[in-house]
Design a protein around this ligand. Structure first.
Ligand code: ADP
Length: 466
């Protein structure tokens, strides 16, 4: 089912709430109007009754009511009067009362206070009666009655009903149109945001949403989306850089292999010459294969590799193992490699990946340290973490390179490192592995004095703990 747009939903809610309010108010107003009309009507009847009693009081059966008074009541078109003595004889009777069967009490004595009755008189409609007993001037007990049709009152009430019944729907219609207009005005910036966001594609990554008012909801939404676009642009740019760098790195060994093969095929050569070509090719292929492996490792980490937290890796054994592997290389360069102060702890994670981190760091240290230099691997515990430092007395790194040192394909001295076989991926892989183990890696360095790489990892357990 298709959902209504926010604009229409807002409008309908608006109209719905207003309809309930109008309905409630109308009912309240009608009840009040009805009460007011009836009480006003009753007050008029009571006033009329008071006048009749006053007019008739001086008279009695022996002394009939003057013609002037009788005629006056005959002339009344909206109220009709009747005054009757206790023995049932009429002292005053408007023409209207003639031949009518009226709701009179049997005796005036049985009347207590003022009585109101409503009657439907056939062919004449609804009437309201007020009846009261009173004592005339000669102490004679009498009953006075006033009747009036309620048609006017009902017409007035219907008028109020119709007025409210007309105003209500008109108000709802206005609310519907106004609400829809206001909703579309309020939602217009969202439409603009949607259009701009749609335009921001991989090709137009630099475009951003306008943030006119950063303090309202839409301003905050635009700012958040802009920040998201910044991050998106940054990661797409990084991806593009990475792809370009990877292609560039792959191209160099491939070009060497191709050129070597083409040159070798041009003229017949000796077996030694062919052997040399094959050796060069093998060398380049092994470089290629290292590079592809490193790229693969990084892309696995990018796609969120899961590190088994349950596996416990004893740090001292792991570092001894790495040192053993690189011992001969260090010895060849007459570099002393020592491991000291290793805490007795284990870390949670993958031992192969963690070995690769320290192998890369020590290998780099050997690589970038001159003969007679010194490499020290040290470990200490800081709170819940263990810090392993790999310190060398090598070439050092200039401060301007330090912030980008862990970036992919970043090399301090491009030509020299490329010639020495470096890909610029080693430290990027280190950072990726350390971060996937919930740790972090830092570097401090001084040109000509040496570098110090520190890896921080959460401790799983101290070894002598049970
Ligand atoms: P590479 O394969 O080129 O060694 P890395 O990512 O391992 O790539 O290192 C990036 C750059 O950092 C290297 O090119 C090198 O210039 C510099 N570097 C790394 N380790 C050291 C070190 N211990 N001493 C001096 N420079 C280093």
């Amino acid at each position: 089912m298709r959902h209504l747009s926010i604009r229409w939903r807002l409008t309908l809610w608006n109209v719905g709430v207003l309809a309930i309010i109008i309905l409630g108010l109308s009912v309240a107003v009608l009840v009040l109007v009805q009460r007011y009309l009836w009480s006003r009507f009753d007050a008029e009847l009571a006033e009329e009754l008071r006048e009749v009693v006053e007019d008739v009081s001086p008279y009695s059966l022996k002394e009939p009511v003057s013609n002037v008074i009788t005629r006056r009541y005959d002339l009344h078109t909206h109220t009709f009067a009747l005054v009757r003595t206790a023995d049932g004889q009429d002292l005053l009777r408007s023409r209207f009362f003639v031949n009518l069967d009226l709701p009179l009490p049997d005796t005036p004595e049985s009347l207590r206070g003022t009585r109101y009755d409503d009657l439907l008189i056939p062919n004449l409609g609804h009437f309201r009666f007020i009846t009261q007993a009173f004592r005339a001037a000669n102490s004679q007990l009498m009953v006075a009655q006033i009747a009036a049709p309620t048609a006017n009152l009902e017409r007035e009430y219907r008028g109020a009903w119709w007025t409210l019944g007309t105003i209500g729907p008109i108000a709802l219609l206005v609310a519907c149109v106004g609400g829809s207009f206001l909703a579309s005005r309020a939602l217009a910036p969202i439409e603009m945001i949607t259009q701009t966001a749609e335009r921001i594609s991989a090709e137009k990554l630099t475009e951003r949403l306008n943030v006119d008012r950063s303090d309202d909801e839409l301003g905050r939404l635009s700012t958040t989306l802009n920040r998201m676009f910044d991050r998106l642009q940054e990661s797409i740019n990084e991806m593009r850089r990475f792809t370009a760098d990877a292609a560039h790195e792959l191209r160099s060994p491939l070009t060497v292999i191709r050129t070597e093969a083409e040159v070798a095929l041009r003229t017949p050569r000796s077996a030694d010459a062919y052997r040399q070509v094959i050796e060069t090719t093998l060398e380049e292929v092994s470089r290629l294969s290292d590079l592809v492996n490193q790229l693969l490792t990084l892309s696995r980490h990018d796609s969120g590799i899961q590190i088994a937290d349950s596996e416990e890796v004893p740090l001292d054994a792991l570092l001894q193992d790495v040192a053993e592997k690189l011992h001969i290389l260090a010895e060849q360069k007459q570099i002393s490699l020592s491991i000291t102060d290793l805490p007795d702890v284990t870390v949670a994670g993958d031992d192969v990946l963690l070995s690769q981190v320290f192998y890369n760091l020590v290998n780099n240290a050997v690589h970038y340290t001159n003969p007679q230099g010194k490499i020290t691997v040290r470990g200490d515990r800081i709170g819940d973490e263990v810090r392993v430092t790999v310190e060398d007395t090598g070439l050092g790194i200039a401060p301007e390179h330090l912030s980008r040192l862990f970036d992919r394909f970043y090399r301090v001295d491009d030509s020299r490192n490329r010639a020495s076989g470096g890909t610029g991926l080693g430290l990027a892989i280190c950072r990726s592995i350390v971060e996937s183990h919930h740790g972090h890696i830092t570097v401090e360095s001084q040109v000509g004095r040496g570098s110090k790489f520190a890896v921080f990892l959460p401790v799983k357990r101290t070894k002598n703990e049970t």
